[in-house]
Ligand binder design. Sequence first.
Ligand code: FAD
Length: 389
Amino acid sequence: MNYDVVVIGAGPGGSMAAKTCAEMGLNVLLVEKRQEIGAPVRCAEGIGKKDLERFVEIDRRFISAEVVGAKIYAPDGTEITLTEEMAGNEVGYVLERKIFDRHLARLAAKAGADVIVKTSAVGMVRENGRVRVRLRKMGEEFEVECRIVIGADGVESRVGKWAGIDTTLKLDEIESCVQYLMTGIDFDPNYCHFWFGREIAPGGYVWLFPKGNSSANVGIGVMPSLAKRSPKEYLDEFVERRYGDGRIVEVVAGAVPVKGEIETAVADNVMLVGDAARHADPITGGGIANAMKAGYYAGKVAAEAIERGDCSAKFLRRYDELWKNDFGKDLAKKRKLQQKLVKMDDETLSKLMRTLKECKPEEISVRAMIKVLIKKHPKLLWDLKDLIV
Ligand code: FAD
């Protein structure tokens, strides 16, 4: 029970980390508390094509649907169409995560990682440059020893707390989500659909992601600090109004961290990846792509650290540099934008969307929007100054 690296959590972040460690020749254990990797799914399953193709060969078995862009609906019904490139990190493929997550874990195992399921990490102790991780499998506790722990244990991460890394989430740093897998509903399957507005989803949005065969993931994220009711009540109201004839065949609930860039995701002998490190996009809530990128970087740095015999926080900060250079700045920028957007009333939001509608889909950007505003709606530019500056 002696490993170079123990990875806790077999989501996309953990499996990528374990796969990378194993490919770098490390002796690695991937631990998953659920009995089935990938189930139950707590995700709308959308991901950008480039992000996915960067890390895996596409296999149709884990792709439910492909879309060409996003349709966004303002509170007043204004509809704008975004190309896939403009639509953020959730739009391109809609995955079948039950199959995808398992596929990634299998790739890790194929590369040489040991994988155990139905086993929870319940504690860890760092001593003399090593870590003893306490695991519980079907009521029985045992320990494994390693040089590095990679915490990929999702939004409710305990590894971060055990290691003393500050990942605390306030009520305005979380999206509380509920989602139905619905069938028998009518929608344009070439697009992911997003509805915004304080009345519909305070501090968040409603989504519909096509899953093929008239089925779709229809869900909502709301910010608990702004919502007056539970996310389910908001979603039920929306579904009743738009898709009252559809059937709900699956329900999931979960949370997404929208905290933005944290200061550090490392401590002595420990790195955090994915939702555990609050790597999800603060605007879209999309976290699969960043979790995979972070897992890959953490695996690389683990191999370097073990080769040098230095698993201190000081050395592991190389991992911080890698993920921050890749997407950290984007998280920080999106968090600022999100804080401005959530304060916007429905009328201003609708005005903004009407302005965006005047830009060509492939040209939608802050610069293009300002051009339209200066030319046609100078007063609105003043109303929106908080968002733009
Ligand atoms: P997770 O996928 O959460 O994996 C963590 C794993 O760790 C789990 O398997 C868990 O069982 C395991 N674990 C936890 N604790 C322990 C322990 N103590 N011991 C052992 N194992 C443990 N993102 C997108 O990109 N696109 C979307 O469309 C999208 N939709 C979403 C919809 C909803 C409703 C929600 C809640 C989230 C959505 N997200 C979406 C976010 C996305 O699901 C996450 O960002 C992503 O799964 C993060 O991957 P991860 O590997 O960090 O963590």
